[in-house]
Design a protein around this ligand. Structure first.
Ligand SMILES: [Zn+2]
Ligand SMILES: [Zn+2]
Length: 168
């Protein structure tokens, strides 16, 4: 009997202690610190969403939506944002676009007909599309000659340009 009474008193003391603790200033401080950190983490996560979204999203409306999601609902919003954010940074997209452009330009360096811009092989004498005469043929081996060449590089026959003929 004595033991039971003792136990009851102990548990009363224990709950009393909890009650005292929750009523105390210490609990108030702990609770306030907890809420403070909660708010700090909330703002930090929202700010992180803003920083990340700015690097990934170009459209200002979508960016604003991402930031709104980062703010609300707290913590869940940033998580959702992480699931649905664009997979690439804008820098990466731009870099890739530049690479593609550079590749296209290097392809564009292929010889083209000066009249119709059709791609022509260096060995063509005339444009196959618009029949423009592109190169003179060597007198002897009929190889196509560049305008600046003074001699055929294939058979060493001197090139007789129209101008040279004129000067004679
Ligand atoms: Zn042409
Ligand atoms: Zn030749």
């Amino acid at each position: 009997m004595q033991l039971l009474a003792q136990t009851t008193t102990d548990s009363n003391d224990l709950f009393g202690g909890f009650k005292d603790f929750f009523d105390s200033d210490v609990w108030l401080v702990v609770r306030n610190v907890f809420f403070f950190f909660l708010v700090v983490f909330w703002l930090a996560s929202a700010f992180w969403v803003y920083k990340d979204a700015r690097r990934r999203i170009e459209d200002p409306w979508l960016l604003a939506m991402a930031v709104a999601l980062g703010i609300f609902p707290p913590f869940l919003g940033p998580l959702l944002y992480m699931f649905f954010r664009p997979p690439e940074y804008l820098e990466e997209v731009r870099e890739r676009e530049l690479e593609i452009k550079a590749m296209e330009e290097s392809l564009g360096q292929a010889e083209r007909c000066p009249v119709c811009r059709a791609v022509v092989e260096p060995t063509f004498h005339a444009c196959p599309v618009c029949t423009t005469k592109l190169k003179e043929a060597c007198r002897r081996c009929k190889a196509p000659l560049e305008p600046l060449w003074q001699v055929c590089p294939f058979c060493e026959t001197p090139v007789e340009s129209p101008r040279a003929v004129e000067n004679l």
